[in-house]
Write a protein that binds this ligand. Structure first.
Ligand code: PMP
Length: 393
């Protein structure tokens, strides 16, 4: 979805004075009262930082070393072979967007085999401009099947098999945005095999680790499987969603290497890319994230809170599915509401239906029928289900 689309939705929502109004266009988590949520682990980490009263000197080009080490451990897992042999080059980034942009610029400049990147169709609206502006040629691979509101696995495999050797392929590690449709572990294994056969370069975008299933390890399955299978990978991480640090802009970009020597070379190349962009990254958010990742009690509390957010979203999926399929007996098949993963759901509602919902029921979403499940709560879900039921009849 484009940010312009989202801005229009937000503006229309703000202008609506009806008390029943619902905004399902927001890309950030909302609590059960529809309010932004600052995690308790984050508040406590900020207290720890306040007491420590650290200075405000510049960070190195690649950021806070403890943070990047702990971010890599979270993504790759503490058993990871390249992690334990000091073979992952990692840099702090301006959240996930910045990580993707560093990755795009790094690959455009230093990856010798191809300047083509394949994105799923559809993908997060910012992916195309990020990689195009990085100097890569953007192409698409089939991903979403409108007729089943599910994964077009056959199309995906065919398109990857037909990609030129060495091409870069962007994979959403979990909670695909905007569809909410992810491959199963078995399908990931097949994707890994095709990527290997064709010598493609896998670039994972992991913007929702822990936020999808409630488990940071489960959500990292694809990334860890590819690494175990011996792929060299690139990875973008964001702490916007899973720590609720949206505006703090905390993220990391990493590339795996064969050995510490190659890692050192990759790190020098990353510095060459980053230095002219912004010299070095901001301090505060990385300090918050690192305090959580490095302090066992805060880490435990954070894991509980990520699980809580994921479970609230999953429970909204279940309630919405039950309301449509049982209570209202709404025409159509609604199983995808329950099977989709993460914050977003492609409802299958068309542009005319979304317009009706805005005009008649004060419910705002993008014209492609994507809703943020986080915008639903016990107070508004009945109004939403009833209104969808009317709109599709
Ligand atoms: N990748 C995907 C798939 C996303 O959905 C988002 C956020 N909407 C991002 C990356 C980047 O987000 P941020 O820059 O806030 O970390």
């Amino acid at each position: 979805m484009s940010s312009a689309m989202r801005t229009r939705v937000t503006e229309a929502f703000k202008a609506d004075k009806d008390p029943r109004k619902i905004n399902l266009g927001v890309g950030a988590y909302r609590d059960e009262n529809g309010k932004p949520y600052v995690l308790s682990a984050v508040k406590k980490a900020e207290e720890v930082l306040r007491a420590a009263n650290p200075d405000k000197e510049y960070l190195p080009i690649t950021g806070l070393a403890d943070f990047t080490k702990n971010a890599a451990k979270l993504a790759y897992g503490k058993e990871s072979a390249p992690l334990n042999t000091n073979s992952i080059a990692v840099t702090q980034s301006i959240s996930g967007t910045g990580a993707l942009r560093i990755g795009g610029a790094f690959l455009a400049r230093f990856y010798p085999k191809s300047n083509v990147i394949y994105l799923p169709v559809p993908s997060w609206g910012n992916h195309t401009p990020i990689f195009r502006d990085s100097g890569l040629e953007v192409r698409g691979y089939r991903y979403f099947d409108k007729s089943t509101v599910g994964l077009d696995f056959k199309g995906l495999i065919e398109d990857l098999k037909n990609a030129p050797e060495g091409a870069i392929v962007l994979l959403h590690a979990c909670a695909h945005n905007p569809t909410g449709v992810d491959p199963t572990p078995e399908q990931w294994k097949e994707i890994s095999n095709v990527v290997k056969e064709k010598g493609l370069f896998p670039f994972f975008d992991m913007a929702y680790q822990g936020f999808a299933s409630g488990s940071t390890a489960r959500d990292a399955f694809a990334v860890r499987h590819f690494v175990e299978e011996g792929h060299q990978i690139a990875l973008s991480q964001s702490f916007a969603k899973n720590m609720g640090l949206y505006g703090e802009r905390v993220g990391a970009f990493s590339v795996t290497a064969a050995d510490p020597e190659e890692k050192a070379r990759l790190e020098s190349q990353l510095k060459i890319v980053i230095r002219p962009m912004y010299s070095n990254p901001p301090l505060h958010g990385a300090r918050i994230a690192n305090t959580i990742l490095a302090t066992p009690e805060l880490y435990g509390e954070w894991e509980g809170e990520v699980k809580g957010m994921a479970e609230r979203i999953i429970s909204m999926r279940e309630r919405l599915y039950d309301a449509l399929s049982s209570t209202h007996k709404t025409p159509g098949e609604w199983g995808h509401i329950k099977s989709q993963i993460g914050m977003f759901s492609f409802t299958g509602l068309n542009a005319a239906q979304t317009k009706t919902l805005a005009e008649k029921a004060h419910i705002y979403m993008t014209a492609d029928g994507r809703i943020s499940m986080a915008g639903l709560n016990a107070n508004n879900i009945d109004h939403f289900a009833e209104s969808v039921n009317k709109a599709v009849r």
